[in-house]
Design a protein around this ligand. Structure first.
Ligand code: HAM
Length: 423
């Protein structure tokens, strides 16, 4: 009996992986421009990090974590997201003491959520994310958002919508929370069991409920925007001003609450508006999380970041039919005829590669025509043909596959000539 891949996971095969690599490389290049440095944290953490960090009342913690007891009896969780772990490392490694502040980090790697798999939703997915810790300047909110937008634009996505909201500071959130409780409490019996618990624990989560989203009270629920105090309003205004300054269009959605508990002030999502993208349109989510470092046992530290999955990035590229420059190509294919010539190409291939020339040869004992076909499939710029006659004469026949031009090159200086030819 054959064994299949687990539900909600994927194999990324050659032919697909080049798109992944291009996104990863572009993201890293942009991070260098914006001065974000890479951080790598473990794929599993103590469960408590996420229950405290992401929040006990969130769907992620309640329903979606891959949690297990290790052999030492500790509760371990495969990370469902990156922010809590990055903040844990920031606190544990005392990065708040670094001379360069804010600390600007990026990460990339697999995350795990036990969700119902569907288009754009996996159980293992790769997130790319950034976190800027230590600054309360609304300009860094705008920087973080512009990094995400520019990355999407750079790779050719156009049909994007940036949605923005402010969740305010602790005081504003408390006022909004009270208003939500008064709004929902009289009719909470009409809501699902989860929402009934949420009313006590975290009424904001009710607004994020997938089951009750069409209930009439959802549409009339008090919006956080009305409860922002002056400081929070000013902060939000500054973020909007900076985004306009950067030429980044956005829409305000007072109902955007995000699915994780650590957010305050700026919250945002980037959606795909491409036709046929499917029902899950969020490409990227992020926001400010000023209390998170303290929650994890560190000093008070402001922070903001975002994350997106490469899976959804690729889905958006496909929906917009963006063709990326990920063509297969090699510099030189060595065609050989006869045993002596074949033997000779073993060393010659290595010489080419040693000079940084991408090269390949036949390993299946194929005939001349089939070797040329293989060279074509690899999109070789040049094919070098070596037969017994050439070997005796000390030459090799070099064909430029673009122009069809052929020339005989001395075998002894072939690699050198090849490099010259390439320019
Ligand atoms: P999140 O909204 O839970 O936020 O996830 C961010 C992004 O991860 C989503 O917009 C989506 O692109 C991707 N994603 C989430 N779940 C899945 C899934 N099951 N399959 C495929 N892609 C998925 C966070 O994770 C926060 N840590 C973001 C953040 C960073 N906030 C501040 N800093």
């Amino acid at each position: 009996m054959s064994i299949n891949i687990p539900r909600g996971t994927q194999d990324i095969l050659p032919g697909q992986v080049e798109t992944w690599q291009l996104i990863e490389e572009t993201a890293k290049r942009l991070c260098r421009l914006y001065q974000y440095e890479e951080i790598r944290t473990p794929i599993f953490e103590h469960t408590e990090l996420f229950s405290r960090g992401v929040g006990d009342s969130t769907d992620i913690v309640q329903k979606e974590m891959y949690t297990f007891e290790d052999r030492g009896g500790r509760s371990i969780t495969l990370r469902p997201e990156g922010t809590a772990a990055v903040v844990r490392a920031f606190v544990e490694k005392k990065m708040f003491g670094n001379p360069d502040q804010p600390v600007k980090l990026y990460y990339m790697g697999p995350m795990f959520r036990y969700e119902r798999p569907q288009a754009g939703r996996f159980r293992q997915f790769v997130q790319f994310g950034v976190e800027a810790l230590g600054s309360n300047d609304p300009a860094i909110d705008a920087e973080v958002i512009s990094l995400a937008m520019n990355l999407y634009w750079e790779l050719g996505l156009k049909k994007l919508k940036l949605v923005l909201n402010s969740l305010g500071d602790a005081e504003s959130r408390k006022a909004h929370r009270d208003a939500l409780v008064s709004h929902f409490k009289p009719r909470i019996g009409e809501f699902c069991g989860d929402c009934q618990t949420r009313l006590e624990k975290n009424p904001l989560r009710i607004l994020d409920c997938k089951k009750d989203r069409d209930h009439e009270l959802m549409k009339t629920a008090p919006s956080i925007i009305e409860y922002l105090n002056e400081g929070s309003r000013d902060y939000f205004e500054k973020v909007r001003e900076y985004l306009s300054e950067l030429g980044i269009p956005f829409e305000i959605d007072p109902n955007l609450v995000r699915g994780l508990d650590y957010y305050n002030h700026t919250a945002f999502e980037i959606m795909s508006e491409a036709e046929g993208f499917g029902s899950i349109t969020t490409l990227c989510g992020g926001g400010r999380y000023n209390g998170l470092a303290e929650e994890i046992g560190g000093p008070e530290t402001p922070g903001i970041g975002f994350a997106f999955s490469i899976e959804r990035f690729i889905a958006a590229l496909e929906a917009e039919k963006v063709a990326l420059p990920v063509e297969k190509k090699i510099d030189c294919y060595l065609v050989s005829l006869g045993d002596r010539a074949k033997d000779y190409t073993v060393g010659l291939l290595q010489q080419l590669r040693n000079q940084g020339i991408s090269a390949e040869r036949d390993y299946l004992g194929r005939k001349l025509k089939a070797q040329f076909k293989a060279a074509d499939r690899l999109n070789a710029s040049f094919v070098a043909v070596l037969g017994e006659d050439e070997l005796d004469k000390g030459v090799i026949n070099l064909k430029n596959m673009g122009t069809g031009e052929q020339q005989e090159v001395e075998l002894a200086s072939f690699v050198e000539k090849f490099r010259e030819q390439q320019g």
